[in-house]
Design a protein around this ligand. Structure first.
Ligand code: TRP
Length: 335
């Protein structure tokens, strides 16, 4: 790599809404830990986003620290990257207010996630839930991010971020980098082990349908053994084989093997053997993460120190962008 060139910037965030699944790990977190060396990266635990649905305070606090520890456990290095808790960096709330005033009610109303969440939280359709994408835009724009790794469900929010940034730049001159989505090569979408046409989700009522990052080896093995497949008894990728396709995707992510090789290795073998192999690859993949996580959670003082340092670093960068935006808008500078 040409080290004389400035490295591109990367930003992403994850909500502290409980222990992520294998799907979140393979689809997002694992990729972050691979990408973070290539970019100037900042990662946040998005607790401001989390309160758009009602949270139990003690649980939110605990889950925020757990998510922070997990980011370190998957391999993000607080010495190389900025890793912080969103609510510890007040500039996010401040810029988000400004961006609210440059986002149209109409364009916000088109956000499909808002429509979906209004349906599932019909008793609490608050203004924060509606304005959530402007906060997400603030997260990204404060760090002048060039790339934002996101899943498909967040792509519309990123489009809005680009629109708002472009609008603001058009009005006041260049202020924000207009970010691009970063869709990882291994963007494998991991599906439910029980209903493989649906995405793997920790909010699934059937715990057998998902693997949590902290599941023990026994539990992981049991869940894969009871994974839904089909009646063909042939380890190959194809139409109408959602269950097996999903297992192949997981196995490929964990072993680095391509589908052809997997198919060849399991020729003439049944699904039973394959499921055990997939489970073993997942157990091996998660073992170092689980070990590191346990170590970190046993040292809260270290975690607190990392989070406080991360917030300081984030805040210094964020303030530069915020000050710029405040000047452009015409806020009084005290002089
Ligand atoms: N809204 C994202 C989610 O729920 C989390 C998030 C918050 C985020 N701010 C962000 C993702 C900025 C990317 C960039 O998954």
């Amino acid at each position: 790599m040409d080290t004389t060139q400035k490295r591109k910037k990367l930003f992403s965030a994850i909500q502290p809404s409980g222990m992520p699944t294998l799907g979140n790990y393979l689809g997002a977190l694992k990729n972050w830990s691979k990408m973070c060396n290539e970019f100037d990266s900042a990662f946040a635990v998005a607790d401001l986003h989390a309160i758009t649905v009602r949270q139990e305070p003690a649980k939110l606090r605990r889950q925020t620290l757990e998510m922070y520890a997990l980011l370190l456990a998957v391999g993000l290095d607080p010495k190389e990257n900025i890793i912080f808790v969103q609510s510890q960096v007040p500039q996010h709330s401040q810029l988000s207010w400004i961006l609210n005033c440059y986002t149209q009610f109409g364009e916000m109303s088109r956000m499909t996630q808002f429509k979906d969440k209004s349906a599932t939280h019909a008793d609490n359709i608050n203004v924060g839930l509606f304005a959530y994408p402007a906060l997400m835009a603030a997260d990204i724009l404060l760090y002048q991010a060039d790339f934002v790794p996101v899943g498909v469900d967040q792509k519309q929010h990123l489009e809005l971020t680009r629109d708002v940034a472009t609008r603001f730049n058009g009005l006041y001159g260049n202020t924000f980098t207009v970010p691009e989505p970063y869709i990882g090569k291994q963007g494998a979408k991991i599906m439910s082990l029980q209903e493989p046409e649906r995405k793997m989700s920790k909010s699934d009522a059937n715990v057998k349908s998902y693997v949590s990052i902290l599941d023990t080896p026994d539990v992981i093995m049991k869940k894969f053994k009871s994974a839904v497949t089909d009646s063909q008894a042939c380890v190959s990728y194809g139409e109408g084989k959602d269950g097996v396709n999903n297992l192949m995707g997981i196995y490929s992510c964990c072993t680095g093997l391509d589908y052809e090789t997997i198919q060849r290795d399991f020729e003439g073998k049944g699904y039973g053997d394959f499921k055990v192999a997939v489970a073993e690859s997942v157990i091996a993949e998660l073992a170092p993460v689980q070990e590191k996580y346990a170590q970190l959670m046993a040292d809260k003082a270290y975690l607190n120190q990392c989070a406080n340092d991360g917030a300081k670093q984030a805040s210094a960068i964020a303030q530069r962008t915020l000050t710029k935006a405040m000047k452009k808008v015409g806020f009084y500078q005290g002089k």
